[in-house]
Design a protein around this ligand. Structure first.
Ligand code: ZN
Length: 315
């Protein structure tokens, strides 16, 4: 569900927070001990009662008196801190997340703070940039299609299919082909889906067909020089791949076969793909050999048609 890199980076961030909280408390304790004789004395006695408590408990002795003294000393310490002008919890360890004390887990359950970090990391690695902050289902404006009732109806239907796709992603993997001219809302719908899917903890990648094909080309070139690491593998593995602008790439025998393999492999693995294109179905048929065309226009993809004026211009 999460890429290994994103998980490792998130865990590392949580660990950094935890160490930071502990270090800050230790530093404050050390400074206070230098500053105040009274604190030094209390700390020395606390250390003594702590040890005594442990020893007595181990030998099965009565710890009640020692425990009481311990509580008294801690209260005295807090009062002293306030007297010195600090908050009474100044030297406590202040974790960023109190639910998990910056460990990332509450028992065996992943804490929300770690989930949140993973989502942020997934957004950063998705390739969607800051689009994802701006475009969501909530701000998809159907008003802009109202000049044509047919169009409005079509967009309402598209929106519903897209929402269902996103909401049910965990249960049902499918593919979408978004077809229509520039500025008719394809990118907005893609981003809105990505946002929902990422927030469910899935790993999403978004890029233009041109860039994806270039990465496959780069890998092919590099493997000729004995390199085994891959920049294109991620496209075969992510939970949702959004391929933007099919048909705008430079078409070659290599690009067509790389694309076919990509779509086919993801299909075989049961992984979802969204493809958007400015080309019409006829233009797609002309540009790609039968097997790609039949894959994406055939039963494997749900086709959503976008029509209307270019809203990026009319706005
Ligand atoms: Zn937490």
């Amino acid at each position: 569900m999460y890429t290994r890199d994103n998980y490792a980076a998130s865990k590392q961030e949580i660990e950094r927070r935890r160490l930071n909280a502990i270090n800050t408390a230790e530093e404050r304790n050390a400074e206070l001990a230098l500053e105040s004789e009274e604190i030094r004395e209390i700390d020395a006695e606390l250390k003594g009662t702590g040890l005594l408590l442990f020893k007595t408990a181990c030998m099965g002795g009565d710890i009640e008196e020692i425990r009481k003294r311990n509580v008294e000393l801690n209260a005295k310490r807090r009062r002293t801190l306030v007297k010195l002008g600090y908050p009474e919890d100044y030297t406590d360890v202040h974790y960023t997340c109190t639910a998990c004390s910056d460990t990332g887990f509450v028992g065996t359950r992943m804490c929300n703070c770690l989930k949140q970090l993973l989502i942020t990391k997934n957004i950063q690695s998705s390739g969607m940039g800051n689009l994802i902050d701006k475009q969501s289902f909530d701000n998809f404006n159907l008003e802009i299609y109202k000049d044509s009732p047919d169009n409005c109806k079509r967009m309402e239907k598209n929106l519903k299919i897209a929402r269902d796709f996103a909401d049910n992603f965990a249960r049902h993997h499918g593919n979408l082909l978004l077809i229509g001219t520039t500025g008719t809302g394809k990118t907005h719908i893609s981003t809105a889906i990505a946002r929902v899917v990422i927030s469910q903890g899935f790993d999403v990648l978004y890029d233009s067909v041109q860039n994806v094909v270039s990465d496959f080309e780069a890998d092919k070139f590099r493997s000729g020089y004995g390199h085994t690491d891959s920049v294109s593998e991620k496209y075969l593995e992510c939970d949702l791949l959004i391929l933007d602008d099919l048909g705008a790439e430079f078409t070659s025998q290599f690009s067509v076969s790389a694309l076919y393999n990509l779509i086919n492999t993801r299909q075989n693995k049961g992984l979802s793909t969204i493809i958007s294109t400015n080309l019409s179905a006829t233009e797609l048929a002309g540009k790609y050999e039968g097997r790609i065309y039949s894959r994406i226009i055939g039963s494997d993809f749900t086709v959503l048609r976008f029509e209307g004026k270019d809203h990026r211009i009319s706005r």
